[in-house]
Write a protein that binds this ligand. Structure first.
Ligand SMILES: *[C@@H]1O[C@H](CO)[C@@H](O)[C@H](O)[C@H]1NC(C)=O
Ligand SMILES: *[C@@H]1O[C@H](CO)[C@@H](O)[C@H](O)[C@H]1NC(C)=O
Ligand SMILES: *[C@@H]1O[C@H](CO)[C@@H](O)[C@H](O)[C@H]1NC(C)=O
Ligand SMILES: *[C@@H]1O[C@H](CO)[C@@H](O)[C@H](O)[C@H]1NC(C)=O
Ligand SMILES: *[C@@H]1O[C@H](CO)[C@@H](O)[C@H](O)[C@H]1NC(C)=O
Length: 265
């Protein structure tokens, strides 16, 4: 009589423990499937709209429109095979450009200058290491005279056009097929301004300024995903599996200990 009660209580305890373990297991298994959002296909990006709201990039956009280079860039952005990478100087970069001036450039030179600010391929932040290995890189303006050198100084990407040495100061958008990066200076190609180079400032040791995506851009989301991918331990199936096994073990030990305790009493 007494033993059967103990047996029933023990069995009940065990069933209770196992069912809570199963419930927890399901919750743990269930949660990671919610995390990766379904990857959306490449969508159409209107570059005019993008450059009007970010920045301010109005001066650059005006040059793109007056030279019709915006159409070239837009059709490349529409090309989902290759995509496009743009290096866009802020209005302040054009304002601080005193010498050489852009005012006496011919329309062809102005067009080349605009094309010089783009690469006919999509490069994400992660690809910049590759770009520095492959430098010099031919730009959209074509030819070796319109090439850019990239150097990745511990996370800070520097561009060298011969005349201008500048850095990528932020990622405005990095969603395939359109990558837009803000640069600190207007990129002046040797092919237009000659080889009469201004004295090159010594490359100062770059502080730990990682490229910061602007908060309200899709780039922020992308960087988040990249970080998550970089630390697989945090949410990988194996991690949750380990957690679950430990949970089951924990509960089983508790249940068996409880059973023994009751048997002893
Ligand atoms: C892109 O946006 C601009 C400005 O809103 C608009 O004038 C232009 O027609 C748009 N282009 C396309 C292809 O939708
Ligand atoms: C780019 O694609 C959009 C949407 O499909 C289209 O309206 C626009 O005319 C295209 N622009 C160019 C330059 O190909
Ligand atoms: C623009 O003007 C400056 C000074 O007048 C001159 O030195 C320079 O060569 C000109 N540039 C071009 C591309 O004509
Ligand atoms: C990096 O460069 C190598 C060789 O130049 C190429 O095979 C590889 O696909 C590149 N990787 C990326 C991510 O562009
Ligand atoms: C880019 O790098 C190559 C090879 O290191 C060098 O010959 C060339 O002068 C550089 N170009 C510029 C614009 O700095």
């Amino acid at each position: 009589m007494g033993y059967s009660i103990v047996f029933i209580v023990c069995s009940l305890l065990l069933v209770l423990q196992l069912s809570t373990v199963a419930g927890k297991g399901k919750a743990i298994i269930g949660s990671p499937s919610l995390a990766p959002a379904p990857a959306p296909g490449p969508e159409y990006t209107n570059l005019t709209d993008l450059l009007s709201v970010a920045g301010p990039f109005h001066t650059f956009l005006n040059y793109l429109e007056s030279t019709k280079v915006i159409d070239t860039f837009q059709s490349q952005a529409n090309d989902t095979e290759e995509g496009i990478t743009l290096f866009v100087p802020k209005d302040s970069a054009f304002a601080s450009l005193k010498k050489p001036s852009l005012s006496n450039l011919t329309s062809d030179q102005l067009k080349s200058l605009c094309l010089f600010h783009a690469l006919p391929h999509y490069y994400s932040l992660a690809d910049f290491k590759n770009l520095s290995d492959m430098s010099p890189i031919n730009t959209f303006a074509g030819g070796n005279l319109y090439s850019l050198n990239f150097t990745d100084d511990s996370g800070t990407v520097h561009l060298n056009s011969g005349w201008s040495r500048t850095k990528v100061s932020s990622a405005v958008r990095t969603t395939f097929p359109v990558a837009v990066y803000q640069v600190d200076k207007v990129l002046l190609p040797e092919a237009i301004f000659g080889t009469d180079l201004p004295p090159m400032p010594a490359p100062a040791p770059a502080p730990e300024t990682d490229i910061a995506p602007t908060a309200d851009s899709p780039a922020a989301d992308q960087t988040g995903k990249a970080r998550a991918a970089a630390s697989p331990d945090s949410s990988s199936p194996s991690a949750s599996h380990r957690m679950m096994s430990w949970g089951i073990l924990n509960h089983l030990v508790l249940a068996i200990a409880g059973g023994f305790l009751m048997l002893l009493l």
